[in-house]
Design a protein around this ligand. Sequence first.
Ligand code: CUA
Length: 324
Amino acid sequence: MEEYNLNPTIQLPPQLSTFAPEIDRIYYFIYWVSVVFFVGIVGAMVYFLWKYRRRAGSKSSPTGHNNALELFWTFSPLILLFIMFHWGFQVYMHTAVAPDDAMNIQVTASRWKWEFLSPEGSPSNNEVYVPVGRPVRLVMSSQDVLHSFFVPDFRVKRDVVPGMFSSLWFQAVDRPDENPNDNELYSVQVFCTEYCGTGHSDMMATIHVLNAAQYAAFVQQGPPPPPGLTPAQWGGQLFGTNCAVCHSREPGVINNYPNFHNLWGRQERLADGTTVTVNEEYVRESILNPGAKVVNGFTPAMPNFHFPDSQLNALVEYLKTLHE
Ligand code: CUA
């Protein structure tokens, strides 16, 4: 059973994926080999500088040759190099080839956001939800320039290139040291690590790691509201990105779509001559099945939206705020 160091060290962040420990072991091996050689070589240099310094009356003699010494300092680094290559290649193969049962998530990078598409759930920007203890494979591409997907806590990093797919995988480990909140066990930060323009340093995303029950709730109800937002505020954001382009909230704006100024609670005349009150039930139906009740004077032009329940509820909460 692998032990994970859940606390950051001076050099490295916590080990939150299953292959973090093996990557750290080879990292520290190479690090300490480098430290030993650095101290040895620089130490010898300084010692020889002092030993063979210029002194009055002392003259250098020609150097000799020592086969045994030459063989030693040629082959011992070579052997170390073979060890590093072989070991590194093994770890590389382990991290490069995802297990067959891995869950696939599509990632599309563009300046300057990460868009995730999970098998369950709707696309989301800069937020992705993964189950703990299950292998997850990301299949990534870019819409514009080179980006690079980097999760230090998971020890994964891979370039994201326009015109091709690259992939990486990880399996998040449990964190019994952190108190889980209702929605997730913990979350880790994603960075873009290939300079991609002015927004490069803001191009970050969050991976939310969920336990089995939380993941089941996510699949069924959709993602929870982003931290710090009330459902109505979240609904306002969703309205802004999904609905505002057609439905104006300004008084008196007339276009081809119903105006939402003072929407909530008003009486809407429908194409079939009946009237309906704008309430939860009507709004829900109109989002999921826009053709069911068409407002008088408008053509049924709205596409079906497949919001998960959590987002649908947030939208309803927001629409409730549109009243006199
Ligand atoms: Cu995307 Cu840097």
